[in-house]
Design a protein around this ligand. Structure first.
Ligand SMILES: [Fe+2]
Length: 196
């Protein structure tokens, strides 16, 4: 039987996605819309009673995604993410917009801009454009092809909410960048997969 927290959480997540759809219906996936969505997600993440630690198993290593609400018909994916101290992700772009908000812990997001024209396969140049420390009360919003790297700071896991324009199982190709080598590689797209 679902716990009280799980019931309230399911209701809150459904309400959030309703608000997100209202925002994108009006503004599309523009930076303005993503900023508004970020504020909603930060608001939800500020309710730790909805996300008790006992409801979400810790990763064995690195990080773990717990689905909170994944829409049918190729819709949005809302997850609780747990990243362990020291976990890093190289600069990458998801190919789809994403919004993050912290529940606990601290994660540094560094943002990059690609400066080459993409004409040479496997080559890419990126430069740092800024960074945000994602900790309780804050979040980030990224457009479809924004590039970020992440690193968990301190000794506590970084626990947060992540909302993506597609479910992880339906992700497009993700491009990773190696700033020191000026190289790039891509993961296979999952967009061809039959929707769950
Ligand atoms: Fe990412």
């Amino acid at each position: 039987m679902a716990s009280t927290a799980a019931t309230r959480r399911a209701r809150a997540c459904a309400a959030l996605l309703e608000q997100v759809h209202a925002i994108t219906a009006q503004h599309g996936n523009t930076p303005t819309a993503l900023h508004a969505i970020k504020l909603k997600l930060v608001g939800l993440a500020k309710k730790p009673g909805l996300f008790p630690e006992e409801d979400f198993a810790m990763p064995v290593a690195q990080g773990r995604f717990h689905p909170l609400l994944v829409e049918d018909n190729d819709g949005l994916g809302l997850y609780l993410t747990i990243n362990l101290p020291g976990k890093e992700a190289a600069p990458h772009d998801h190919g789809i917009w994403c919004v993050n908000a912290a529940i606990s812990g601290r994660e540094r997001h560094v943002f990059y801009r690609r400066t080459d024209d993409g004409s040479v396969p496997g080559r890419a140049e990126v430069v740092i454009t800024g960074e945000v420390l994602v900790q309780p009360g804050t979040g980030t919003a990224m457009s479809d092809h924004d590039i970020h790297s992440t690193e968990v700071l301190g000794t506590e896991p970084a626990i947060g909410l992540a909302l993506y324009g597609y479910a992880l199982a339906r992700f497009p190709s993700v491009a990773f960048y190696h700033p020191a080598l000026n190289s790039t590689r891509t993961s296979p797209s999952r967009r061809h997969a039959v929707p769950a």
